[in-house]
Design a protein around this ligand. Structure first.
Ligand SMILES: Nc1nc2c(c(=O)[nH]1)N[C@H]1C(S)=C(S)[C@@H](COP(=O)(O)O)O[C@H]1N2
Ligand SMILES: [Mo]
Length: 317
């Protein structure tokens, strides 16, 4: 089994920037003050600037609300990182409904209110690691996807869950065939039911901004960001592995699983490090955005590695 702690101890000291060392010390101080044992262990084990995330929170410095809401990927609104915020009002979220279909006993079309009403909203601080090698630490509001899925009573044939984003002629990005619309994503049933997998309805304690995927989106913290599909209008229980947008567009570059893995390079770049857009950093163009080691399963290995025992994650990338 791949051990991220071991790997981190092997990184030559020449790769440790002053900035990383500074941040490491600062986090150590923070961790010892709050008694965050997980963070402390993560740091003492090696030079990595990643702590392991325990439960629903990581103790790392939050990415600023400004960066979280202005540096986005949401191709329905455009491919530039600034487009989603720029064209946010083109996404109309009222009225909103979600269609549930496929292998379940209780399919149907639910209003947004019916989808959300029975669920208690809590805050979870998750890392989100984009396949483009930048990452953020984001305080989401929402609940476990599994609690929602159970309500529809998936049957014995339900092996996967598929998700679709809204299609609407008012969305400027959908006039361009960069991807085949609707945007689609999918999870294996056990991944979907894992308590870390989240339906987010807000960020920074406020309603979800349109550019972040209002009114409800997925957040799967141990997978590359593109799995966290925004503005969901359909959830389908399927027996076969469902088609997913990025895999359809470039199958040799983006697999179905897309678990964050520093050992498996993207064909065009390494995935071993990431630029952490923390604090007030303005986005990836900032020269001062520090690079940190990418952690196996984005630091959530203790919680989710058991989903992949006996699977070759180089083959199932
Ligand atoms: N519908 C839809 N969902 C999407 C995307 C998209 O283009 N369309 N981009 C994905 C990618 S690549 C990333 S990294 C995350 C970014 O989420 P954020 O903008 O809230 O940080 O959303 C994901 N969900
Ligand atoms: Mo991404």
């Amino acid at each position: 089994m791949y051990n991220p702690e071991k790997k981190s101890a092997l990184i030559p000291s020449s790769e440790i920037t002053d900035e990383a060392v500074f941040r490491q010390r600062r986090t150590l101080i923070k961790a010892s003050m709050t008694g965050a044992a997980g963070a402390l262990l993560g740091y003492s084990a090696g030079v990595t600037a990643n702590t392991s995330a325990t439960g629903f929170r990581t103790s790392e410095e939050l990415t600023s609300k400004k960066t979280v809401t202005t540096y986005n990927n949401f191709y329905e609104l455009g491919t530039d990182k600034g487009d989603p915020a720029r064209y946010a009002d083109r996404l109309v979220t009222d009225p909103w409904s979600v269609e549930i279909d496929g292998e379940c006993n209780k399919p149907g079309k639910l209003t947004l209110e019916d989808v959300l009403k029975p669920h208690d909203i809590e805050e979870r601080i998750y890392r989100l690691r984009c396949v483009e090698a930048w990452s953020m630490v984001i305080p989401w509001n929402g609940f476990s996807l599994g609690d929602l899925l159970k309500r529809f009573e998936p049957n014995g044939n339900a092996k996967y869950v598929a998700f679709e984003t809204i299609v609407d002629e008012r969305l400027p990005g959908q006039r361009v065939p960069v991807l085949e619309w609707p945007y689609r994503e999918g999870l294996r049933m056990d991944e979907a039911m894992h308590p870390l997998t989240m339906i987010a309805t807000g960020v920074y304690g406020e309603d979800m901004p349109n550019q972040n995927g209002a009114p409800l989106r997925l957040v799967v913290p141990w997978k590359y960001g593109f799995k966290s599909i925004k503005s969901i209008v359909r959830i389908s229980f399927t027996e076969k592995q469902p088609p997913t947008s990025w895999n359809m567009s470039a199958p040799h570059e983006y697999g179905f699983y897309s678990n964050v893995n520093p050992e498996v390079s993207h064909p065009r770049w390494s995935q071993a490090k990431e630029r952490r857009l923390a604090g007030e950093s303005k986005g990836i163009s900032s020269l001062f955005t520090p690079k940190v080691d990418t952690a196996f399963l984005n630091g959530y290995a203790d919680q989710v590695a058991s989903l992949y025992t006996d699977m070759d994650l180089k083959k199932h990338f």
